[in-house]
Design a protein around this ligand. Sequence first.
Ligand code: GRF
Length: 206
Amino acid sequence: MKIGVLISGRGSNLEAILNAISSGELNATIEVVISNNMHAPGLHVAREHGVPKILTLDALAYASPQEYETHIIEELKSDGVQLLVLAGYMKIVGPTLLSAFKDHMMNIHPSLLPSFKGLNAQKQALEAGVKVSGCTVHFVTDDLDGGPIILQQAVLVSDDDTESSLSHRILLSEQDIYKKAIQLYSEKRLVIDGQFVRILPEGGMS
Ligand code: GRF
């Protein structure tokens, strides 16, 4: 299965996916990585792993958001990308890209959705005093951080957690479940039914 990845920053989820591919845990290839930020450290990650196409596209250089996303779609489609993975992509996906990859675009979010949508989810969790937070892989829809949930993993919050310590533990969980969600997708085991995602058992239909 051919994957395209959109990033904006560090790229640790991208790296975990690339490592899972190298180790044979994930049966897929990353054909293209696109960053909207030319300084994203994740671009080095992609280069080090020999991703065949690595692009930096500055959204502000386009006449409109539609033109920017149309260019992204052209690049993804020309490489036969079947699944679009958002890995720390810090732009809201617009209708152009959404409709081109409807049901074929995933995101990872550092909270147990629907709690703590949007930015600084780990800080929001600490401020709310929750004892458990975590991360969520979901399909992307026009409802920001609100698309059908694929996998989640809980992370305990301790009294002495800081935003940084909690973010670090959540990140480890993110890297664990993202590759699993992508593998499930590649095995055609994810069935979207409205807001629900049913996970078919291994090796056949339920
Ligand atoms: C992750 O915490 C992810 O959940 C959020 O942005 C962060 C990206 O980290 N959407 P990285 O670039 O994958 O290291």
